[in-house]
Design a protein around this ligand. Structure first.
Ligand code: CA
Length: 414
């Protein structure tokens, strides 16, 4: 749960935080009894709690397919990321991975912690995969094959140009978007979205993570590969790691703003993609991560802390996004609010300022043109209400009761 200090500053975070906590406990109780499905859903919670939460509301057949799709790709990613595997061993595994998922006997030991367990017990994932409908299996196989081939291509290739950056992000995230669109379509509730819109959905999320994780990635031992494109950072420094040194603060923030501006180019497509969705559970599944991404970019933009520590949305705001994202109006509202926040942070001396502002104006216009902004529940930029001392006392009493109710349950991070 959020820290007490954060909750005091944002008392209206408390209710969504408690709802989220209860939802998380519900999920733990709903692990399927069959051992292979039990393994898959337990694993999903371990490797991504937030994903396990948003996946939960999908219709069961689609949920199973998305769960397996996610675990297969996490396993593929574990192979890609394990720097202890020699290239000549790694490349054939990446390329053949779409065949291994049909083989209950196949496994390959690599990765650490939960990922190591996932790899070691991969037969559970294969078993569950083989129980999915044929059209789900084919969609997962096709995307795994293309992603594995793309990862293999980039094992020996640096991300030099912006085109390389887009290509790498297409393999590791854009293809996830394409795959999910196929699974939604296979479930019978959605039209098949275009590849280019689906790709943008993945790229926007991936680029946000790449920006936010600069420091974590650059400090990783053994050295992690970096995905900030040389074409962007070389305008500011001679080596990518120089961005983290104090003396380069001005250049670092300028480079960061350039990267954020690049990521913003996908927002239009993302809004178009989401506006076409019909099923409310699929809509929420797609929209929550997108709002988290624009929120994260708004926090990171023009913020030197990206090079000093961890920048992310506070837990309470995340809980609010999960609680309040129901319709496309909520999405336009959130993108509008976060874009306003971004505009207010633009420094006119920044080399990318005019480009950034142009992109943000386009997003604001799209949100305004939707004609839904007056109906929105604005929860991001609204001034915090004034709380009287009596209200604060009542708040603490309720909090104490609720904490008592939730006690015995270990605190988990999202
Ligand atoms: Ca990876």
């Amino acid at each position: 749960m959020g820290s007490l200090g954060a909750m005091l500053k944002h008392p209206d975070d408390v209710y969504p935080l408690i709802k989220l906590k209860i939802a998380a406990r519900q999920i733990e109780k709903q692990i399927p009894p069959q051992p292979h499905w039990g393994f898959c859903y337990t694993m999903l919670q371990k490797v991504s709690r937030s994903f396990a939460l948003v996946i939960q509301q999908l219709p069961i057949e689609l949920r199973d397919a998305v769960c397996i799709f996610y675990l297969v790709l996490r396993a593929l990613d574990t192979v890609e990321d394990d720097t202890s595997i020699a290239t000549e061993v790694k490349v054939p595994i990446l390329i053949d991975f779409h065949r291994h998922i049909y083989d209950r006997e196949w496994h390959f030991l690599c990765g650490t912690k939960d990922y190591k367990v996932l790899m070691d017990q991969f037969h559970h994932v294969s078993t569950a995969f083989l129980e999915l409908g044929k059209n789900y299996q084919e969609a997962i196989e096709d995307i795994t094959m293309r992603m594995g081939a793309g990862m293999a291509k980039f094992i020996c290739k640096e991300v030099e140009t912006i085109d390389d950056y887009d290509e790498y992000c297409h393999y590791v995230a854009g293809l996830v978007g394409l795959g999910l669109s196929k699974l939604f379509h296979a479930s019978g509730t959605e039209d098949l979205a275009s590849d280019s819109l689906s790709n943008s959905m993945g790229l926007f999320l991936q680029k946000t993570n790449i920006i936010r994780d600069y420091l974590e990635d650059i400090n990783e031992i053994p050295k992690c590969r970096m995905f900030w494109p040389r074409q962007i950072w070389s305008k500011y420094v001679n080596k990518l790691e120089e961005l983290k040194y104090e003396e380069n603060s001005v250049k670092a923030v300028q480079c960061l703003n350039d990267m954020v501006t690049n990521a913003l180019s996908h927002v239009e497509d993302c809004l178009t993609y989401m506006s076409a969705l019909r099923d409310p559970s699929i809509f929420r599944f797609c929209a929550i991560p997108q709002i988290m991404a624009i929120g994260t970019l708004a926090m990171c933009y023009n913020n030197i802390e990206v090079f000093r520590g961890v920048v992310k949305m506070r837990r309470g705001l995340t809980a609010k996004v999960i609680d309040r994202t129901r319709t496309i109006e909520d999405v336009y509202g959130a993108f509008f609010d976060f874009s306003c926040m971004l505009i207010s942070k633009v420094d006119h001396n920044d080399p990318s300022a005019s480009k950034t502002l142009k992109r943000l104006e386009i997003i604001l216009k799209t949100c305004r043109d939707s004609g839904t902004l007056n109906k929105r529940k604005s929860y991001i930029l609204r001034a915090e209400p004034n709380y009287t001392p009596a209200l604060i006392v009542v708040f603490f009493i309720i909090l104490a009761i609720l904490l008592g109710y939730l006690s015995g349950n270990k605190p988990h991070s999202l």
